[in-house]
Design a protein around this ligand. Structure first.
Ligand code: HGY
Ligand code: MN
Ligand code: MN
Length: 429
């Protein structure tokens, strides 16, 4: 894997809008938009955007991102996990402020989720270099290999690896074709890339992530930017229902142990129970029915459950209720029910001081700074347990995300860039 080193092609880059003091935020936002379009076309196969971790498309997205990092005066290098880091200028052991997000996408995802935060960080680093010259801290930009958890059903693997938090059980997670995280990682060649591991003595000032809100609140409030109070607790479960196959035409209904009918009763309960728990959201996003033929009674169903709630006790209550109901359905229908937890992340609050810093910058830009809980998980949630963290929310049209219709306007991108630069400049003496 060999990061591109040439300058961007004229069509994608255009001239930059930076000069020593004044920034044309909108023109810089349009450059970011062109880069998002380019990344948004880098996908596995045809059709809607799909860029899982440890794939050829993720590698190509890294190469483009590394090139833009270099143009911004950063030194791109990968770590042992395969995360890409644009290392800022360093004089000696100064503390490090990190800005980042993720390069992977969900299947059928949008081009702003993750990539927008990385590209805003790269442009902010270039502007700050240009305006402030040397900073009293290093400013590094991170592009994580994996955040969504769509392939291995456990998210933020890249940022957890970055912080040394991955456990053996994580490496054994498997994707839907039975490839483990370890196998996917080991077969993802990072030959040819500059390798740099963080200095264990490096002091992290904290982590800031700019990310689309992925919900409708900012649009309803009529403002482009907001600040996350924190990120809700989330849990992911995989359940299996094992019944008895058979001929669709010959097995009487009274004699069946239909795995899909059992799973359907469970899925209906997931919706019913989560509607009863205020503040909860629950999603059965994956369901695989085997053997999956029109004239065969389903023998096995594997399904996923994504549960979220701002409070951990409520999440526990809901999770317990679902698992008890699954076992009850199994007993009633003679179905063998298995389950395992593939992810559990407690709620995490953004750093109060960093929230205030970011809010005051946003208020100068748009007159107010709404503070919202994030229903979506982010790499910021992993950092927030260890160092000061803040999430800059950017309005997305209709609150739509995890869908090709995901959209952020150039003017909102411009405001987000102005806020991100202003937030970092707030740390200057
Ligand atoms: O699932 C999430 O909340 C995030 O998009 N990974
Ligand atoms: Mn995301
Ligand atoms: Mn996402």
């Amino acid at each position: 894997m060999d990061p591109g080193t040439g300058k961007g092609s004229p069509s994608e880059e255009g001239e930059t809008s930076l000069n020593a003091t004044r920034v044309d935020w909108l023109r810089e936002a349009e450059r970011i938009g062109r880069r998002l379009d380019l990344l948004g076309a880098i996908s596995e196969g045809e059709g809607a955007l799909n860029r899982p971790p440890f794939t050829r498309s993720l590698c190509r997205a890294m190469e483009e991102t590394a090139r833009w990092m270099e143009e911004a005066g950063l030194r791109p290098a990968v770590d042992a996990f395969g995360n890409l880091r644009g290392w800022g200028v360093r004089e000696n052991q100064e503390p490090v402020l990190l800005i980042g997000s993720h390069l992977d996408t969900v299947p059928g995802g949008g081009r702003f989720d993750g990539a927008l935060g990385i590209l805003l960080g790269i442009s902010a680093a270039e502007i700050l270099q240009d305006r402030a010259g040397s900073l009293p801290f290093a400013l590094d930009i991170l592009a994580f290999q994996e955040e969504e958890g769509a392939r291995f059903r456990s998210g933020c693997l890249g940022s957890r690896a970055f912080l040394g938090l991955l456990e053996e059980k994580d490496w054994n997670l498997e994707d839907s074709s039975g490839i483990s995280l370890r196998e996917a990682h080991d077969s993802f060649s990072i030959q040819g890339w500059p390798r740099m591991e963080p200095d264990p003595r490096e002091k992290l000032l904290g982590y800031c992530e700019a990310h689309i809100e992925q919900g409708p609140q900012l649009e309803a409030l009529g403002v482009p930017l907001g600040v996350a109070l924190g990120i809700v607790a989330q849990e992911r479960l995989l359940l299996s229902f094992l019944g008895e196959g058979g001929h669709a035409g010959c097995v009487p209904m009274s004699a069946r142990r239909d795995a899909l009918c059992a799973a359907a009763a469970f899925v209906a309960f997931v919706e019913e129970a989560s509607r009863r728990e205020p503040g909860a959201v629950a999603t059965v996003g994956e369901l695989h029915c085997l053997p999956g033929a029109v004239n065969v009674i389903p023998k096995r169903v594997d399904l996923s459950v994504d549960l979220r709630h701002p409070e951990e006790a409520a999440l526990d209550r809901l999770s317990q209720a679902l698992l008890e109901r699954a076992e009850e359905i199994g007993r009633d229908r003679g179905i063998e029910v298995g389950w395992r937890r593939t992810q559990r992340l407690p709620p995490v609050r953004s750093d109060p001081d960093w929230q205030d810093r970011l809010s005051s910058v946003i208020t100068t830009i748009q007159g107010k700074a709404p503070r919202l809980w994030s229903g979506a998980g982010h790499d910021a949630g992993v950092f927030g347990r260890l160092v000061p963290m803040v999430l800059l929310f950017v309005r997305c049209r209709g609150g739509v995300s995890h869908d090709p219709a995901e959209l952020v306007s150039p003017s909102d991108t411009a405001r987000a860039l102005e806020a991100l630069v202003g937030f970092v400049e707030g740390f200057l003496p």
